[in-house]
Write a protein of this length. Structure first.
Length: 522
């Protein structure tokens, strides 16, 4: 019978003749080493093996690994290799990429539901005799609801989590899209109300994305995660612009609204059954992936258990890094909604192309924006891993995201053909996507446990800017008679906002806790 050895410390039982040298911390004599021989009752006539008990610490470390199916933990020794960053294949097939892919699909539906009206507004204006300025009012009615909802949505997300709020948001905006044909046939006010409801529901989409990414992704993968989700967002614009004219030719003006609305409810069924709020609650995640996420993600305070906590708006607004995000979001939204709402009309008015061609010329840049956005986010993660500071990385990305489109829009105003104009617009939106690894990720870094409400604040500022740009473009063209002039104005605003960002943005965490504690005190 072999002897059984126990010790209060970890013991390494090594036969000296065959023990690998790499397991021994030193070849020098150790006074704590005890040598003895054992004798088996069946083999007393043979020499017994010699064993050495070492009381030194074991070189291999034990890592506490949480169970994949609960919040409990068990001690499981793993090698150092398992805790390293995953391979590209492991990343692509991971549970966290499935989560962010579902977020990308939701954002694709979000933008597709918005952009349907950008194409449908042309035949609707002809049918009802609307002027360009009034068409701008109809376009901007979405933004009326979107004006305040990001703040409320962000607060709800911080309290109840991204899964629940995103589910409700998709359900409501899909319902609003589905009911738009009925509203348009009922009255103008009913149509404007449905568009406003669409804006209210979609206000929580981006805060939900941030909330889920904070909990599912380590900081070194966060830009890529945003890139995947926002690629879906931009592809939604392309899908909406390309499919809407085709669907209208087959099923009438309101066919796209019905199809995209029903698609949202189909997405909702998958979301509720396949996605969890946190990796700890996911029953499909592997132990290695769960350990990797928990070890490397940024710690976020749980605000769901607080009572009567008012978000620290005063403290948030007292910091220049907050204002750099707010102004960046405002400029990003101005450019985004002007292009989204007016480019089909721009191509139709300036280059005299028909509606389907205008939609296709307008859609191509959004595909480039999706691809360039992911490239920019992957490059951002590489810069941080190589030792560049987060602050410098965010400033580089956002500078490209504003200065690049500003230059490209100047080229757009000088284009002599729709093909050249589409090329300039493609370049503008492709470079604009660098903002996804600029201000859009930065709000997670300066205030991770207030990311939802901070995103809501900046989105509200962005919505004001979007309303001003969308409605203002229509009046500007009527009063001045020059669409290129409005494009040049947008270019100048890009340059000014880039300067402010480079002066005051930071990648460091900003402390809002003191004000939060005081306001949350009962």
């Amino acid at each position: 019978m072999n002897p059984t050895l126990t010790s209060d410390q970890s013991l390494l039982l090594l036969p000296p003749p065959t023990a690998p040298k790499s397991f021994l911390p030193s070849t020098r004599p150790n006074p704590r080493t005890i040598t003895f021989r054992t004798h088996s009752p069946l083999t007393r006539s043979h020499p017994s093996p010699k064993f050495t008990i070492r009381n030194d610490p074991v070189p291999r470390r034990a890592v506490i690994r949480p169970r994949a199916y609960s919040g409990d933990a068990e001690s499981v020794p793993i090698s150092r290799k398992e805790s390293d960053a995953p391979s590209a294949f492991e990343f692509i097939t991971s549970e966290r990429v499935k989560v962010v892919s579902m977020l990308g699909l939701a954002l694709a539906l979000c933008n597709a539901d918005r952009v349907v009206m950008s194409v449908a507004i042309v035949p609707m204006s002809l049918a009802h005799g609307w002027s360009r300025s009034f068409a701008g009012v109809v376009q901007s009615s979405f933004l009326w609801g979107y004006l305040i909802s990001p703040i409320a949505g962000g607060a709800l997300v911080d309290r109840y989590g991204g899964k629940v709020v995103m589910g409700w948001g998709v359900a409501l905006w899909s319902l609003a899209t589905l009911l738009t044909p009925w509203a348009a046939e009922t009255s103008l006010w009913a149509l404007l109300s449905m568009r406003a409801l669409l804006g209210i529901a979609e206000g929580a989409a981006l805060p939900c994305m941030n909330n889920m990414i904070i909990r599912w992704f380590p900081q070194t993968e966060r830009s890529r995660a945003v890139g995947i989700a926002m690629a879906g967002f931009q592809m939604g614009s392309a899908i909406g612009l390309m499919l809407t004219p085709i669907l209208m030719s087959k099923s009438g003006i309101f066919g796209p609204f019905v199809i995209f609305g029903l698609s949202g409810f189909l997405w909702l069924l998958v979301w509720l059954s396949a996605v969890s709020q946190t990796p700890e609650q996911n029953s499909q995640i592997s132990r290695n992936e769960l350990e990797y996420i928990l070890k490397n993600r940024q710690k976020v305070k749980d605000t769901s258990k607080r009572k009567n906590v008012i978000p620290p708006f005063g403290r948030l607004l007292s910091k220049l890094p907050t204002w750099s995000i707010i102004l960046a979001n405002a400029m990003h939204s101005w450019g985004f909604f002007v292009v989204l709402s007016w480019m089909p009309i721009y191509f139709n008015m300036i280059y005299r192309v028909d509606l389907r061609q205008a939609a296709w010329f307008s859609a191509a840049p959004w595909c480039m924006m999706a691809l360039m956005g992911y490239f920019a986010c992957a490059w951002s993660d590489m810069l941080i891993k190589s030792g560049r500071s987060i602050t410098l990385t965010r400033k580089i990305m956002q500078s490209i995201g504003f200065i690049g489109p500003g230059i490209a829009l100047i080229g757009l105003t000088r284009a002599k053909s729709p093909v050249i104009a589409s090329a300039w617009l493609t370049l503008a939106l492709g470079l604009k996507s660098f903002s996804h690894s600029g201000f859009l990720v930065n709000l997670q870094e300066i205030a991770p446990h207030y990311a939802g409400v901070l995103h809501g604040l900046s989105n509200t500022a962005g919505t004001f800017a979007a309303i001003l740009g969308t409605v203002g473009a229509g009046y500007f063209v009527e009063l001045v008679g020059s669409f290129p002039g409005f494009v040049l104005l947008t270019s100048a605003l890009y340059f000014l906002t880039a300067i402010f960002w480079d002066l005051f943005a930071t990648g460091e965490r900003v402390n809002f806790d003191e004000t939060a504690h005081e306001l949350g005190r009962i």
